[in-house]
Ligand binder design. Structure first.
Ligand SMILES: Cc1cc2nc3c(=O)[nH]c(=O)nc-3n(C[C@H](O)[C@H](O)[C@H](O)COP(=O)(O)OP(=O)(O)OC[C@H]3O[C@@H](n4cnc5c(N)ncnc54)[C@H](O)[C@@H]3O)c2cc1C
Length: 416
């Protein structure tokens, strides 16, 4: 069923009894043209664009838990396209453009809110680096503005301006950046894919990848063997584990990243703002909770929970940036597993196995990439060649030395 103001009105008048489930719960078929492993944002977006853009609908998305149980429902919801490097910049801008039309496209309210993303800078060198980044963005047709200290004080007067240990010198603002309700993204793509005939199969864990003659023939799952012509991996934090089932060792480490939500407060932060000394980013949800996060925990793990030392570290950075936070109570926190690649940039590529495709390495910035990742991965699966804006995200770049090190921290996945 299509959602509209009229459908809300009619259902309201009828006691809300005629809403239908947003997607079916199908039994797995014996064979699919494409199987996607992972019902997170990227897997579901891939299925959606395969059906919508390329007419490929004999597709299954296999999810070991429930939709939204992975990072797509655990992130701090920030979207932006403020990238410096040529490999990244056009891709993330494509993603932001797709976000801008997404809700009309998949007929679902994902609460896309372009409230602006402001990165604060605290030294001359950082200011120069931000101005350089802003110029690179503008040369690529992406919006960017540099704000001086007084403009920031007018915009966010509660930041630590007075006697601050790290004085605010300015900030790079992307007004088109913002937030999106994360789990609604999974639900919207799932519903859009399901409407076009894709089978979304929850509680179906892939436990093995069967190969014959150098090709994948299908997957072993907790619900039996399912055959396929093409296999697409989109398992985010579990990418290395799933790829190992096909005998592959990925240039990826898995790390925990935590997020936090405070008690509900009156509206006071109307954009996303990030600290330039420690790693700290914060926005306020429509319910009033402050949503914030910081660095990854710094050790390899597949556990979806973090450690207390990082809680202290994140909150220290937050209080340095916004002194008034010391009066706020944290309501809850949680962790997600990040697929940290060696250069901090993602992989959307074929593998050495002819019909096995890989989408991974999203680190802690993959939510904003969800629409473009799905679109480009679907293009690769349908056409056999990379979509032009994702052409740099090749798996062999680590062997060839063509790294996309946006952060400049080298081959240190824990530092990107
Ligand atoms: C705390 C936190 C904050 C973040 N903040 C941001 C942010 O503000 N902005 C941003 O851009 N990015 C952010 N990220 C990163 C972003 O959430 C991820 O990069 C992105 O969601 C990963 O893609 P996904 O949605 O497909 O992952 P997931 O939702 O994790 O999807 C992968 C799915 O694969 C499934 N799976 C794994 N193994 C198997 C198997 N064997 N069989 C079947 N299914 C399997 C998992 O259950 C999971 O549902 C954040 C992440 C975290 C954890």
């Amino acid at each position: 069923m299509r959602y509209s103001a009229l459908s809300i009105l009619m259902n309201g008048l009828r006691g809300n009894r005629s809403w239908k489930p947003a997607w079916r719960e199908p039994e797995p078929k014996a064979h699919y043209d494409v199987i996607i492993v992972g019902g997170g944002g990227h897997g579901l977006a891939t299925a959606y664009y395969l059906a919508r853009e390329f007419g490929i609908t004999n597709v299954a998305v296999l999810e070991k838990g429930y939709l939204g149980s992975g990072n797509v429902g655990r992130n701090t919801t920030i979207i932006r396209s403020n990238y410096l490097l040529p490999g990244n910049n056009p891709f993330y801008e494509l993603s932001l453009k797709l976000w801008e039309g997404l809700e009309q496209d998949f007929n679902f309210n994902a609460m896309v809110s372009q409230r602006g993303v402001l990165n604060l800078c605290h030294s001359d060198g950082q200011r120069d680096a931000f101005i350089r980044r802003g110029n690179a963005m503008r040369l690529h047709g992406v919006d960017a503005e540099f704000l001086d200290r007084e403009a920031i004080r007018r915009m966010l007067p509660f930041l630590g301006f007075d006697n601050a240990r790290f004085p605010i010198m300015g900030g790079l603002l992307q007004r088109r950046g913002g937030t999106v309700r994360h789990d609604a993204v999974a639900w919207g793509f799932a519903r859009g894919a399901d409407m076009r005939g894709v089978d979304i199969i929850q509680n179906c864990e892939v436990t093995g990848i069967r190969q014959e003659g150098g090709r994948v023939t299908g997957v072993e799952t907790s619900r039996g063997f399912i055959a396929c012509n093409k296999l697409a991996l989109a398992a985010a934090g579990n990418s290395s584990r799933v790829a190992a089932m096909a005998g592959m060792k990925l240039p990826i480490e898995s790390h925990v990243l935590q997020a936090f939500v405070s008690e509900g407060l009156k509206p006071y932060i109307d954009c996303v703002v990030t600290f330039g000394v420690g790693h700290f980013y914060i926005s306020q949800s429509d319910k009033g909770g402050l949503v914030f996060g910081g660095d990854i925990d710094g050790y390899n793990s597949y556990a979806q929970r973090g450690n207390l030392a990082m809680v202290e570290h994140v909150i220290e950075a937050g209080k340095t940036m916004i002194p008034g936070l010391s009066r706020v109570r944290v309501l809850r926190s949680w962790g997600g597993i990040m697929d940290m690649s060696m250069d901090g940039s993602p992989i959307i590529d074929r593998t050495h196995i002819d019909n096995l495709y890989l989408n991974a390495g999203w680190c802690y910035g993959g939510f904003k990439a969800t629409p473009a990742s799905g679109f480009c991965f679907a293009h690769l699966l349908a056409r056999g060649a990379p979509q032009e804006t994702a052409a740099a995200f090749r798996l062999d770049r680590f062997a060839r030395g063509y790294l996309i090190d946006e952060d400049g921290s080298g081959a240190q996945p824990n530092l990107h």
